[in-house]
Design a protein around this ligand. Structure first.
Ligand code: ATP
Length: 237
């Protein structure tokens, strides 16, 4: 039987007087790819900020592997919830290799770290080729690959990605989706926020659709893709 990994219940969050999340509930089971979709301003990034411990929420609860989310972001990472942030946020003036080292800075299992370096370099040969170059010299797509690889170096059980396809050519977005599939098949559960609803729905097992701070519907990727009214109404696609 599938095991629940993440549970969000009745979550609300605000920026001053602006309520960004209203009573959000969702769950992610171990081994799933779950997408969260919605137009600009729907509250997707705010949800991820709450999940990563970066933003305090007003009401509700977040549990991971049956335990409440720790209060400090670094503890959230140590627990196995790792975010690949919007805009990649790689370190331009660090080499590719040093960017990856940042990803594993909370770990001290040397053998595991060495194996994970081999694993991410096998998954992203371009990063191996350019390991001594500044991160800032990579193309947009390569920087996104680096951001994902850095996330993997933290040894996530749940990898949470905020718009990994943003600003990238469709062919590169397809490559990223393929990589996420591979990461998932190797055992990492994925929570994906993505503007490109069609690509995300094709990849995911299940999805939640958000609109102005609420979850308006949920279903399997196939179900939501087939609902053209919904796609047009909320996603303009
Ligand atoms: P996008 O795809 O544009 O990133 P989103 O679905 O991720 O959109 P959020 O960024 O979570 O949406 O924003 C949800 C709401 O919270 C919006 O009304 C937004 O204007 C507001 N908001 C987000 N960040 C802040 C902030 N730092 N200060 C004030 N309001 C904010």
């Amino acid at each position: 039987m599938a095991q629940e990994l993440l549970r969000v219940e009745h979550l609300s969050a605000a920026y001053g007087g602006i309520h960004a999340l209203h009573d959000i509930s969702l769950e992610v089971e171990e081994g799933e790819i779950v997408a969260v979709l919605g137009a600009n301003g729907a509250g997707k990034s705010t949800l991820l900020k709450c999940l990563s411990g970066e933003k305090k929420f007003l009401n509700g609860s977040i549990t991971f592997d049956g335990k409440p989310l720790p209060s400090k972001p670094y503890q959230v990472v140590e627990n196995g919830m790792v975010i690949v942030p919007e805009g990649r946020q790689i370190f331009y003036k660090l080499s590719v290799k040093d960017n990856l080292k940042v990803g594993c800075c909370l770990r001290n299992d040397k053998d595991g770290i060495r194996k994970d370096f081999e694993r991410v370099y096998a998954m992203f040969p371009r990063l191996k080729e350019r390991e001594n170059q500044y991160g800032g010299l990579l193309s947009g797509g390569e920087q996104q690959m680096l951001a994902i690889a850095r996330g993997l170096m933290a040894k996530p059980r749940l990898l949470m990605l905020d718009e990994p396809g943003l600003g990238l050519a469709p062919i590169i977005v397809n490559q990223i989706m393929d990589i996420l599939k591979e990461v998932n098949e190797e055992g990492t559960t994925i929570l994906l926020i993505e503007q490109n609803a069609r690509k995300a729905l094709k990849l995911c097992d299940r999805a939640y659709l958000m609109n102005v701070g609420n979850i308006v519907t949920e279903g399997t990727g196939k179900e939501l893709l087939a609902d053209s009214t919904l796609m047009e109404a909320y996603l303009g696609q």
